[in-house]
Design a binder for this molecule. Structure first.
Ligand code: 13P
Length: 252
């Protein structure tokens, strides 16, 4: 048996009305309802979670959210808690996406709170890290990634096994500019070394590390063939059933 099962997740971001989301989920289910070789996850917007949840309920496809608050309940206007997501049969939640870090001021400390709250509620967090173009060009990629991984995933001990890390270089998101498989592999292997430092080698070997950033059918096979690339977090290409399904098939 493979040490790490690949996980391919579609991050639909702020796209799709309820009916569009239902249609997309249904088209994906037609092809992947019985998929067991790869963990397939759909992450629609909050408004479409219920519909997508109902659509995929009789399949092996799992539901994820794109964000959550760390408090269990209370006066936090506009926010959504982990238990609310569990109520909708969410299994996963994306945390610390670069768009949340850049546009909504999420810090590693906030991400760390959210990761702990997600795990406590039995949601599997997909924790995003990644450097900007400026940071890469200044030779600071490893330093930036190490800080993000250590500070977002501090104090988890054995719980680290339930975390999924997504390496998403900011310069590759939505730009059509993908990291080469070698560039991505180097950073993934580095992330695994940082995870080893946070726990131990055995735990770090079990953590799945997804690549995200302009992943598409044409480049997925090469990326997914790398030893430390355990899946993908797909944006644009996940909005089209055919391209998403094709990427999943490259992971089988
Ligand atoms: P794109 O696949 O559109 O580059 O987006 C990647 C991403 O941000 C997924 O979370």
């Amino acid at each position: 048996m493979k040490l790490r099962k690949k996980i391919i997740a579609g991050n639909w971001k702020m796209n799709k009305t309820i009916s569009d989301a239902q249609e997309l989920a249904a088209s994906i289910k037609l092809e992947l309802a019985e998929c067991r070789e790869v963990d397939v996850v759909l992450c629609p917007s909050f408004t479409a979670l219920k519909t997508v949840s109902d659509t995929i309920s009789d399949s092996s496809i799992k539901l994820g959210a794109q964000n959550m608050h760390w408090e269990p309940d209370g006066a936090y206007t506009g926010e959504i808690s982990a238990s609310m997501l569990r109520d909708l049969y969410c299994h996963y939640v994306i945390l610390g996406h670069s768009e949340r870090r850049t546009y909504f001021g999420e810090t590693d400390a906030i991400v760390s709170h959210k990761v702990k709250a997600a795990l406590a509620a039995n949601l599997l967090p997909i924790v995003c890290v990644g450097e900007s173009l400026e940071e890469r060009e200044a030779g600071r990629t490893e330093e930036v990634i190490q800080t993000q991984v250590e500070n977002s995933l501090t104090g988890l001990a054995a719980e680290l096994k339930r975390v999924i890390v997504a390496y998403e270089p900011i310069w590759a998101i939505g730009t059509g500019r993908t990291a080469t498989p070698e560039m991505a592999q180097d950073v993934h292997a580095f992330i695994r070394r940082v995870l080893t430092g946070l726990s131990d080698a055995e735990t770090a070997e079990t953590v799945r590390i997804q690549y995200g950033g302009s992943m598409k059918p044409a480049n997925a096979a090469e990326l997914l063939a790398k030893p430390d690339i355990d899946g993908g977090l797909i944006g644009g290409a996940a909005l089209d059933a055919r391209s998403f399904v094709e990427i999943v098939r490259h992971g089988m």
